[in-house]
Design a protein around this ligand. Structure first.
Ligand code: TTP
Ligand code: MG
Length: 351
């Protein structure tokens, strides 16, 4: 029997903003881009959610739903720092951590000696430590597998804890809507509904044979999930050595000046990608140039804080190796992991 935790911070970016600025507390608050620049909402606090404001909604729409909404720009550095602190707390309980985003992770605590092995007590301690040390709240689900733990973390959100004991699984999944099943998107949900299957209980009454006929291999998955079974392991991320972005141009860039003109946009994209990582430090800059004869070259230089100028120097050096039209340009950072204590960080976030 495994013990899996799924932890997810509550209105994460907004919670960081409320923590750092008392004026933002108790009023509808969203983090996102401004309406006149066609911005979207990254997230909002629960006061704003009461008006129907949601992540990924256009800011213009959000302001229609909630005219008194206070909108703040994101501070990615602060969110990354908070994320790092939260993951540091998780690491006190297990090394088997699978980050899903800055604020969300699975943990396998099956073999953790903490709390005499009680996953429920570990979840309680983690929630308390996060609150006490970061001023933020995480909701945690505890169950025997990923699928149930993830649903559980959402169950008593915000600031909630939900444990699904093995003997409770059957009753728990009975009324669970099929839309909650991992891998069931809009299309599959529609198909299931058309077959009269709305809950896991409905699926459980369907013979496996029928599910296999209708859904192929996924039929087995549906069957397992509807029975509360999910064997997926908590996958510890591998350490990243670099992060990069590149662009293949619709038309070759004829000369060095045109190449240079492309750099700012590439660097901006690189910075965006880097901002989403946690637990890494920049060690150097890399520029990749692919010429119109398909030969490519990379140039790099160690530099903990590469400027645009640094990338330009590398570009010039790389371009001069062939001095001909360019079909692709890429920029990247060499990375190393940041370790806060003796154990190395092994955290790669998925965007
Ligand atoms: P979520 O965990 O999905 O949302 P949340 O933490 O804001 O709210 P809750 O978990 O309480 O429902 O996402 C974590 C952060 O990721 C969120 O604070 C902002 C960011 N994010 C975006 O930037 N765009 C998005 O579309 C989503 C869903 C999240
Ligand atoms: Mg969250």
């Amino acid at each position: 029997m495994r013990k899996i935790l799924h932890s997810d911070a509550d209105c994460f970016y907004a919670a960081v903003e409320m923590r750092d600025n008392p004026a933002y507390r108790g009023i509808p608050l969203a983090v996102g881009g401004s309406a006149d620049r066609r911005g979207v909402i990254a997230t909002c606090n629960y006061e704003a959610r009461a008006f129907g404001v949601r992540s990924a909604m256009s800011t213009a729409m959000a302001l229609r739903l909630c005219p008194q909404l206070t909108l703040v720009r994101g501070r990615m550095d602060a969110y990354k720092e908070a994320s790092r602190q939260i993951f540091d707390i998780y690491r006190r309980y297990t090394d088997l951590i699978e980050p899903l985003s800055l604020d969300e992770a699975f943990m396998d605590v099956s073999h953790s000696p903490a709390c005499q092995g009680s996953a429920t007590l570990m979840a309680r301690e983690i929630r308390e430590a996060v609150k006490h040390e970061t001023g933020l709240t995480v909701s945690i689900g505890v169950a025997a597998n990923k699928f149930l733990a993830k649903i559980a973390s959402d169950w008593n959100k915000p600031d909630g804890l939900k444990v699904i004991l093995p003997e409770e699984v059957e009753a728990f999944v009975q009324d669970l809507p099929v839309t909650k099943l991992h891998g069931v998107g809009k299309r599959t949900a529609e198909r299931l509904h058309n077959q009269g299957l709305y809950t896991c209980g409905d699926i459980r009454q369907t013979p496996l044979r029928t599910l296999l006929e209708r859904h192929g291999a996924f039929g087995q998955r549906l069957y397992d999930l509807a029975h509360g079974q999910d064997e997926r392991e908590v996958k510890v991320s591998r350490v990243r050595k670099s992060i990069s972005t590149e662009n293949t141009f619709a038309e070759d860039l004829p000369d060095l000046a045109q190449c240079r003109a492309q750099l700012p946009e590439l660097i901006e994209d690189l910075e965006r990608r880097y901002a989403r990582l946690s637990g890494y430090r920049i060690e150097g800059a890399v520029v990749k140039v692919k010429f119109n004869n398909f030969q490519q070259t990379t140039v790099e230089h160690s530099d903990p804080a590469p400027s645009t100028k640094r990338f330009e120097q590398l570009l010039i050096e790389g371009w001069q190796r062939q001095a001909r039209p360019v079909r692709l340009l890429g920029v990247g950072y060499r990375l190393s992991t940041v370790s806060s204590d003796s154990s190395e960080r092994q955290l790669t976030l998925p965007w």
